[in-house]
Ligand binder design. Structure first.
Ligand SMILES: *Cc1c(COP(=O)(O)O)cnc(C)c1O
Length: 430
């Protein structure tokens, strides 16, 4: 039984006729690029061209593609057991990964719930907070306080806490839970802190504290909602206010986790620990879909005392052994590497090489934090047109809204990173 291969034309024909891509239309499909393989930080296209990858497949592939140690972890595990249900069963891949997550995340996070994707881990975090307050006899605490420009995923509860203007609120208004929003943190990362930066947040929290189960935010880096980097003082202040007003804090570290900002977890910038934390994206080094929601003993004990007595969630592919095995290998690879040195090197190079963009009339702002470089334009960009120009320049950079940004693998070499930044500078200069 041999598989009859499809050629480039056939693949594009099936794609155009039948397949949805993220945020795409099937009646007016935009061009897609056929990738045949990926090694290190290079994607190979169907026509043989090689592109330097600036996106890490949306924050995920922190070690690059086709890494021998990650490949070996998958192969070893697939020969033992690809999957087994998690109801009533435990396996070594889950135990290995759990121990690492508990050890590396901020104390006192110590309980782990595995799921398949970031959005679902956010649903789980919200459900944990609601069950916690039900157990305390305070079921009226059932709303979330979130930040404008936040992004937490595309499922319903996650959508309800995304930015109410750029998110999907207007489309699904009637069915979305009504949450409370505070302004996006104004204090830029690295700039002087002023106490009134927290004023709006404090007002919203103190006004609504009796209805609010938890605050949910992306620590330090607001990702898909605006690629904005804000001051650790803000995060520290939020933690203090949550304690003062008896509200839980959920940190969505799905984009920021595992070193991207220069700390293993962005919460470390403020020296705080959330009550509940979501991780995903680079958890498996970009090999498989896996996410986890961690919580502290207080939340876990509370849920145990709730009406249900148990936490009411249980995905079919919970703690998939293949995904756990490759996640463990990815974490070990990260911790054995000089990831901090690499991220600092990428940060310095991005800052220097993207700086020329600041002088362009079309550019509103240039900012860099850790291994993330952002050029914010004054106007919305034509994604398809820019994408083509980047591909023609030999790089894979996918802009969205007003943002042109890169977040390369941590092991990218200086010369390859220069090609990414040079492509941005060149494309924006004409
Ligand atoms: C990507 C992302 C999510 C959603 O994760 P999916 O795996 O796409 O469901 C949630 N929160 C943040 C901060 C993200 O960057």
């Amino acid at each position: 039984m041999t598989l009859k291969p499809l050629n480039d034309l056939q693949i594009h024909a099936i794609d155009q006729a039948h397949i949805w891509h993220p945020y795409s239309s099937l009646s007016q499909p935009l061009p897609t690029y056929h990738v045949t393989s990926a090694h290190g930080i290079r994607l190979t296209l169907g026509d043989g061209r090689e592109l330097i990858d600036g996106m890490s497949s949306w924050w995920c592939t922190i070690h690059g593609y086709n890494h021998p140690q990650l490949n070996a972890a998958v192969i070893t595990q697939v020969e033992k057991m690809s999957h087994v249900m998690f109801g009533g069963i435990i396996h070594e891949p889950a135990a290995q990964l759990t121990q690492r997550l508990v050890d590396m995340t901020p104390e006192p996070l110590s309980k782990v719930f595995f799921s398949d994707s970031g959005s679902v881990s956010v649903e789980i975090a919200i459900k944990m907070a609601l069950q916690f307050w039900q157990a305390k006899g305070r079921a009226e605490k059932n709303r979330l306080l979130s930040l404008r420009k936040g992004y937490h995923g595309d499922t319903f509860a996650a959508m309800s806490v995304c930015d109410p203007e750029t998110g999907m609120h207007h489309l699904f208004n009637k069915v979305l839970q009504q949450q409370i929003f505070s302004e996006s943190p104004r204090c830029r990362f690295g700039e002087d802190w002023q106490q009134d930066y927290l004023a709006d947040f404090e007002r919203q929290l103190s006004t609504h504290k009796d209805q609010v189960a938890a605050v949910i935010l992306e620590p330090i880096v607001q990702g898909a909602g605006g690629m904005w980097f804000y001051s650790p003082d803000y995060l520290e202040g939020v933690r203090t206010l949550c304690d003062k007003h008896d509200v839980l804090l959920i940190a969505d570290e799905i984009a920021t986790g595992f070193g991207r900002t220069g700390k293993l977890f962005a919460c470390e910038w403020a020296g705080i620990s959330p009550d509940i934390m979501c991780v995903g994206k680079s958890l498996t080094g970009g090999y498989m879909s896996l996410a986890a929601t961690l919580c502290n003993d207080k939340v876990a004990a509370g849920i145990g005392e709730s009406e249900a007595g148990v936490f009411m969630h249980g995905p079919t592919f919970m703690a998939n052994p293949l995904a756990c095995a490759v996640a463990t290998a990815s974490i070990d690879l990260l911790l054995a590497s000089d990831w901090q040195g690499n991220v600092a090197r990428i940060e310095a190079q991005l800052a220097e090489q993207l700086a020329p963009c600041k002088t362009y009339d079309t550019v509103a702002d240039v900012r860099v934090l850790g291994a993330i470089g952002v050029v914010e334009m004054k106007d919305f960009v034509d994604v398809a047109a820019l994408q083509k120009r980047f591909v023609d320049a030999g790089v894979w950079i996918r802009p969205f809204a007003k943002m042109i940004y890169v977040m390369p693998a941590f092991n990218i070499e200086a010369a390859d990173l220069s090609k990414l930044t040079a492509a941005i500078v060149a494309v924006l200069s004409c």
